[in-house]
Design a binder for this molecule. Sequence first.
Ligand SMILES: C[S@@+](CC[C@H](N)C(=O)[O-])C[C@H]1O[C@@H](n2cnc3c(N)ncnc32)[C@H](O)[C@@H]1O
Length: 323
Amino acid sequence: MLCTNLVGFGLINHFPSTAKVKALVQRYIEAMHTQHRIIIGNSQQMTELDNDSVQLMVTSPPYPMIVMWDELFCKADPKIAELFQKLDANGSKETVRQIYDSMHDHLAKVWQETYRVLVDGGIACINIGDATRTVNGRFQLYPNHSRITEVCEKIGFITLPYILWKKPTNKPAYKGKGAFLGSGFLPPNAYVTLDCEFILLFRKGKLRKFPPKDALRYESVFTKVQRDEWFSQIWALKGTRQSAIEMERRTAAYPEEIAERLIRMFSVKGEVVLDPFLGSGTTVKVAIENGRNSIGYETDKNLLPVITKKISHHAADVEIIHR
Ligand SMILES: C[S@@+](CC[C@H](N)C(=O)[O-])C[C@H]1O[C@@H](n2cnc3c(N)ncnc32)[C@H](O)[C@@H]1O
């Protein structure tokens, strides 16, 4: 029946070899029974994953220099906590620079591990926002997107054209009204508002190759309308809905639409998607819904109920591993 379908849809030749049919059927069956692993542990070391075993990475890390993530970075690296103490005691511009560098060093270890586990031709998608912050009376931009790009290039990734996620909800508010940073309507001291985040795209090695008319690849097809919208540079999408539960908001969850577009743009059904900063579990949920296998790492075990609730409506094969 399955073979009839594959032939009927023109996905394989009329007289393929037995080995070829067997391989195709095996891939098809595997794709229908996706597997998902949630690992409560630090993704700086993904010891559970072999080299060259993941086709796609989709993630959003904690953003360096955004206040809500200071505590996480301090807990993860005592050197960062010490630097913050120095800062309170009248730290210098150099101390701020060291904090920023150390936060990116923390993330870099995950990008390095991602490179190891990705297959040749695998894609990494990193959602990141730049930060603005006033430290010791000095306001400035911390361009996280350019730092991550530089780090990933040093690791060996090839940088691809990125996406700008324009968030209508990001405008700062003052007394309930929209407001811009700086001095009202008078030049020259006002600042531009950051209302875009980046979705950085990288590839490991050369383009991936597939056999002609590969069944699962053809099954993963998107429409022309989707292609035109998804592969354009600006995505105007709302942030996570306001009704999201508190815990989900605390993880700064990205909208499912972002994960879905990226998973469908850069992976084929039955392949493996990794999220090394899983948060509330959005990537795993969307992977299940789109016939991909997935692996998510999360250090905060308090998020496990949020993750399991998010995927509870799906009859998927999910394994939870506590390190
Ligand atoms: C921005 S949130 C991810 C939000 C996620 N995209 C979602 O939709 O819910 C980043 C998450 O990474 C986790 N995290 C930070 N460092 C980590 C590490 N080294 N290994 C695993 N998880 C980490 C944090 O606890 C946090 O939940």
